[in-house]
Design a protein around this ligand. Structure first.
Ligand SMILES: *[C@@H]1O[C@H](CO)[C@@H](O)[C@H](O)[C@H]1NC(C)=O
Ligand SMILES: *[C@@H]1O[C@H](CO)[C@@H](O)[C@H](O)[C@H]1NC(C)=O
Ligand SMILES: *[C@@H]1O[C@H](CO)[C@@H](O)[C@H](O)[C@H]1NC(C)=O
Ligand SMILES: *[C@@H]1O[C@H](CO)[C@@H](O)[C@H](O)[C@H]1NC(C)=O
Length: 223
């Protein structure tokens, strides 16, 4: 039922990716698709393509969950962010990431929006709202990336999170047993996790808006 919109957004991504000549690894997962958009933009901006680390991406999903669905805490005057200690005390254990392999976070992008939009729209309309976001995206210090998207209890509002790190790809955010702990609701990148079924009704219902180029109203918050 929702196959057509995905197919169309995929073909859009393929167009972007092919022109930027990056490694194609599009799985049926909006978080993976967001990483592809991020890497396409970086390579088009003459920056390195970043390793998609599932441990880091799982932490990005935990980072979203820390907001408990409160869009108002993402940007603006009442902006909040989870305490740094949460990475070691809550996020890593919940993901099965070995705490000793946590590496510096060199950039974060977080956005929240009441409607579900495609990953490429989330990138350009929610996450890339100002110069600061573009600086974070194109920072030379990043070596790896992890992305996540989640609704709250499977519904609105939708949070998008991209975390960047300068860790080395095979020795940072290492998963116990080498396997990512998949949890729902929400999708994260890098785990070869087919996550399309997380949002079937929303994608179907909102497709006409996406198609007509809905200008989304959301909050973006770069650190
Ligand atoms: C990267 O994305 C930003 C925000 O959407 C856009 O302004 C910029 O033109 C893009 N860069 C390239 C090289 O496509
Ligand atoms: C990159 O890392 C270096 C060394 O840690 C730091 O001095 C510099 O400010 C960083 N650059 C950016 C753009 O964050
Ligand atoms: C990673 O970034 C942190 C914080 O900017 C910096 O202190 C550290 O030296 C960097 N590590 C590497 C390997 O570049
Ligand atoms: C990481 O990968 C590189 C290249 O594949 C390899 O040479 C290195 O030994 C690996 N390091 C660890 C800690 O596994």
């Amino acid at each position: 039922m929702s196959g057509l919109p995905w197919l169309l957004s995929l073909s859009l991504l393929f167009t972007i990716s092919v022109s930027a000549d990056v490694q194609l690894k599009v799985t049926n997962n909006p978080a993976d698709q967001l990483v592809d958009v991020v890497n396409s933009n970086r390579t088009a901006s003459k920056r390195s393509s970043l390793h998609d680390n599932p441990g880091l991406a799982c932490i990005a999903l935990q980072y979203i969950k820390a907001y408990q669905g409160d869009c108002g805490a993402v940007g603006g005057a009442k902006a909040k962010k989870p305490p740094e200690a949460d990475f070691a005390e809550i996020f890593a254990p919940n993901c099965g990431v070995q705490t000793s392999t946590l590496s510096p976070i060199t950039g974060r992008l977080l956005g929240c929006e009441t409607k579900y939009v495609s990953p490429s729209t989330a990138f350009s309309e929610i996450l890339m709202q100002n110069e600061k976001s573009i600086e974070i995206l194109t920072d030379k210090n990043h070596t790896e990336v992890g992305a996540a998207v989640s609704g709250s209890d499977g519904g609105s509002p939708y949070f998008w999170c991209v975390l960047f790190s300068n860790g080395t790809s095979n020795s940072s955010f290492v998963l116990e047993g080498g396997v990512a702990k998949i949890s729902r609701p929400g999708c994260f990148s890098g785990a070869n996790d087919d996550c399309s079924s997380a949002y079937p009704s929303q994608v179907h219902r909102l497709w006409p808006f996406v198609a007509s180029g809905l200008v989304v109203l959301g909050y973006a918050f770069g650190l």
